[in-house]
Design a protein around this ligand. Structure first.
Ligand code: PLP
Length: 381
């Protein structure tokens, strides 16, 4: 039989998707599962009219940077919400989700053998995407702060990836921490990739986009997405903002892989940009408030989690249990019909944790799920 690529063969399945697939299979067998593993919050969003979109233009390939009407809307939003400015013709590319934007950016900056540093718990795709670019992922153990990252930089390091606000910690980086990262970037000539897919999922105004602190975009690269902030993950629209040199490279990769995002969706989003935000913003607020209530509930139960107040995730410690995080999640699913994601999928230092997403179930259902997690820890410690 002809051989396969070793790099792809060796890459791991996304742990979150693996557990969500188990949920789909259980549901198909008629089981009622309490889902605390999904990487999104569900919003109530109407379908706006599509008849007035420019037809037949919507049926065809668009500009491979994304239609300018959507780029302009995003530029206005970034200026007003995050105090970040970019040139809509040179410094942004809209593509099929931020996952693709991150991968194409890694392809655009990495050479075989380079290293990319990121902190654990790390979003499941960072290490695999780095490996798919023939480079080496360097995960920093979860207990290290930004001020300790420099110890992980070698002459081979090309970039640092951060996720702000953080999935699954819910942590928001302070301006001082971001400035420190940029300083490391300048000193070692590194790209600082800031994945900001959850930028609106907080209620205290503490979010600072890395783009605001590097207005010339010398080192900073920003990724964001319509998936989470607009509640339309299935539409696959995300984007990268960076200096022209880098975006020109990403554009070439995009042209050869994807051509452009789905034109009809770009038009729909450009037309209904503000109406969508008006509908999703209050719902985002509700989700983050629910997270706050659940944090207080876990404090009462005696469950511990890594500090953070944003997003709709928690990275919950299962430390007293003698099970690995995979064994823990499998038993929780089989015995209690509750799905959460094993911490092991988020890095070598994270096997004493599980990721809990409170985005799709109600407050009461989540409270029930947390009690069952607590009970399983007790049963197995
Ligand atoms: N970054 C983080 C931290 C995420 O959690 C996700 C999705 O789960 C993404 C990026 C990718 O989002 P999308 O490709 O839907 O834009």
């Amino acid at each position: 039989m002809p051989a396969l690529s070793q790099v792809v063969t060796d890459s791991s399945e996304a742990m979150s998707i693996k557990y969500n697939t188990k949920v789909y299979e259980l549901k198909q067998r008629g089981k009622k599962v309490l889902v605390m593993s999904l990487g999104e919050a569900y919003f109530d969003i109407p379908l706006f009219p599509m008849e007035d979109l420019p037809y037949p233009e919507v049926n065809h390939y668009s500009h491979s940077r994304g239609i300018v009407e959507l780029r302009v809307k995003l530029a206005e939003y970034f200026a007003s919400e995050y105090d970040v400015r970019f040139d809509v013709d040179k410094e942004i590319i809209v593509t099929a989700g931020s996952k693709a934007a991150i991968h194409m950016t890694l392809m655009s900056i990495l050479n075989p053998g380079d290293e990319v540093v990121y902190s654990e718990p790390a979003w499941v795709s960072y290490p695999e995407q780095i490996k798919l670019c023939y480079a080496s992922p360097v995960g920093i153990p979860y207990e290290k702060s930004v001020y300790e990252y420099e110890a992980y930089i070698t002459p081979k390091t090309k970039a640092i990836i951060i996720n702000n606000p953080h999935n699954p910690r819910g942590y928001v980086f302070s301006q001082a921490e971001l400035e420190h990262l940029l300083e490391i970037g300048r000193r070692h000539d590194l790209w600082i990739l800031s994945d900001e897919a959850y930028s609106d999922f907080l209620i205290d105004g503490s979010f600072v986009s890395l783009g605001r602190l590097d207005p010339d975009k010398r080192n900073a690269v920003i990724f964001n997405s319509m998936s989470k902030n607009y509640g339309i993950s299935g539409w696959r629209i995300g984007y990268a903002i960076a200096n022209q040199r880098l975006i020109d490279n990403v554009l070439k990769v995009n042209q050869h892989l994807i051509t452009c995002p789905a034109t009809i969706l770009e038009w729909y989003l450009a037309r209904h940009f503000h109406s969508l935000l008006e509908i999703t913003k209050p719902q985002i607020r509700d989700v983050v408030c629910k997270r706050k209530q659940l944090a207080e509930y876990m404090d009462q139960l005696g469950l511990t989690y890594l500090p953070g107040a944003a997003t709709f995730y928690f990275f919950v410690s299962i430390a007293p249990s003698r099970l690995t995080s995979e064994e823990f999640c499998t038993r929780l699913l089989e015995e209690d019909l509750i799905s959460v994601v094993p911490g092991a999928g988020y890095g070598a230092s994270c096997d004493r944790f599980v990721r809990v997403s409170v985005g799709t179930a109600s407050l009461e259902e989540n409270q029930f799920g947390l009690r069952r997690i607590q009970a399983l820890i007790q049963r197995t410690s």
